[in-house]
Design a protein around this ligand. Sequence first.
Ligand SMILES: [Mg+2]
Length: 339
Amino acid sequence: MVILHADADAFFASVEQRDNPALRGRPMVVAHEVVACPSYEARALGIHAGMPLRQVQRRWPQVLVTGYRSGAYEEASARLFEVFRRFTPLVEPGSVEEAFLDVTGRDRGDPRGMAAALRAAARAEVGIPVSVGVGRTKLMAKLASRRAKPDGLVVVDAELEARVRPRLRLDELWGVGPTTYEKLHAAGLFVVADLHGLDEDDLKRLVTTAMARRLVSIASGTDDATIRLPGPRRSVSASRSLPATRTRSKVVAVLDGCVDRAVSRVIALDGPPRLPRRLEVLVRYDDGTQVLERGPLDAPTVDPAALRTAAGHLLERTAYEWDGRGVTMVGVTLPLPTP
Ligand SMILES: [Mg+2]
């Protein structure tokens, strides 16, 4: 098996730096009250996702700040996955900007060359850096891509795997949370080599059955290398942030734009048409709280005018005009019936 884990570096920040040369090479953050994504230059200062923006601006006044452009990230994500699928149809998305790819038999015995070609294609066609890890299993590929960051490539071949695997720390395995690790730790188990000689029943006394099974497979090198293809979409969403406002015309215009984008995405889905029967409207305020209103449609439809009207009614229910707070983001979700 040859598995690649491809993961865009500082995805939102990279898209912003791609589209605005003034941001390139500078410490900058994509933020809306809290940091959503710092550039690598900002990470070097100690800035990380989740920090309150005010704190960042006070401590590092030189840091540039941009808002969140969901449309640009969705577009970059779609193009990134087009690149991925050109290398193999076996693509399992992990998020909007990372995926596992099974390229077994497609890499002509040169996994490094294929991973390098994928990175070059993403750079040329999407304009962003993508780090790639190569391994025999998903775990190995993911550990490799983590090691490759930023903008790098790491191949874990059989020889390297034989050295690395026994030394992997159990708290570094994804899915092993603090509670699980505490129990393993208390039993004197710290690294994968400590699991040798233990079977599922032994480990079940410490952790859940699923985790015991997983740990045994990791210790024996038979861990997961199966690509799970995504099922049909359950919903389509679109959202947009705006400068804090209570002005009706502004909020409605942004919401209408979200409806139009969501509709075009429903229409673009493969397969027979799936008409939404319900609608959800999300409103976020400048104090960070958000409200979700949902309701049925009069009839299943993708008619933009009908959906705009329905979205408008749900928006009214939030009474945002009289609330006193400013609206900083609106969004719509169209839940889709199963095909
Ligand atoms: Mg990433």
